[in-house]
Design a protein around this ligand. Structure first.
Ligand code: DGP
Ligand code: NA
Ligand code: NA
Length: 210
């Protein structure tokens, strides 16, 4: 439908962080800001619990099923793969996607169980590479204090500390680290600026893959 359109592609903006780092609230705030600015944008999240694979992941996280560590790792990756085609068409059609978790969660959470990092990265090779990764940095202890954890499988402080260590080792030049312990409005301001710049800068850039 937009063949011949001169408007650029949308941006793939990913938020990462520990459980209770404030990602989901900040994604929602950023999305409504962008929409208010007249920007075409959607909020996505991984795992996407709405698909068949997502339901298996959800049962695993709720401790209603047991799965081998590598098996669940591949299901999380499959859950991103099953959304890849739609992600590509949205981005090329000019819609910006604000995504709550992506491949970095995949690597950080599975590596925290002791799985090899390169093995963890391999199944996500070929997924669309984000234009911007915003890491909401909060101390595991502080995150745990925030209204407590919901009781899902990974919501334990010792485990979250290992996840944090792996996130630190994954950081590269596309990452922007935002101090998630700052007041919500301050974090929100940072995110608005980072996302707005990114959306402008990537309009003419081709999509690339992980
Ligand atoms: P959330 O719905 O954002 O609270 O995520 C659910 C939990 O699953 C959370 O503890 C983070 C974890 N998680 C998210 N993505 C992945 C992934 O790709 N692999 C693994 N092992 N865990 C993940
Ligand atoms: Na969670
Ligand atoms: Na969340």
């Amino acid at each position: 439908a937009d063949a011949g359109s001169k408007s650029g592609r949308g941006a793939l903006v990913v938020l990462e962080g520990l459980d209770r780092s404030g990602k989901s609230s900040q994604c929602a705030r950023l999305l409504s800001y962008l929409e208010g600015q007249g920007c075409r944008a959607e909020g996505w999240r991984f795992p996407d619990r709405g698909t068949c694979v997502g339901q298996m992941i959800s049962a695993y996280l709720a401790n209603e099923s047991q799965l081998d560590d590598r098996t669940i790792h591949l299901l999380f990756s499959a859950n991103r793969w099953e959304k890849r085609a739609l992600m590509e068409s949205k981005l090329l059609g000019g819609t910006t996607l604000i995504v709550d978790r992506y491949s970095y969660s995949g690597v950080a959470f599975s590596a925290a169980k002791g799985l090899d990092i390169q093995w963890c990265k391999a199944p996500d090779v070929g997924l669309i590479a984000p234009d911007l990764v915003i890491y909401l940095d909060v101390q595991p202890e502080k995150a745990a204090e925030r209204g407590g954890y919901g009781g899902e499988r990974y919501e334990k402080i010792e485990f979250q500390k290992r996840v944090a260590d792996h996130y630190h080792s994954l950081r590269d030049s596309t990452w922007k680290v935002v101090d998630g312990s700052l007041p919500m409005e301050t974090v929100e301001e940072h995110l608005r600026e980072l996302a707005t710049n990114c959306i402008q800068e990537c309009q003419e850039k081709p999509l690339t893959n992980l």
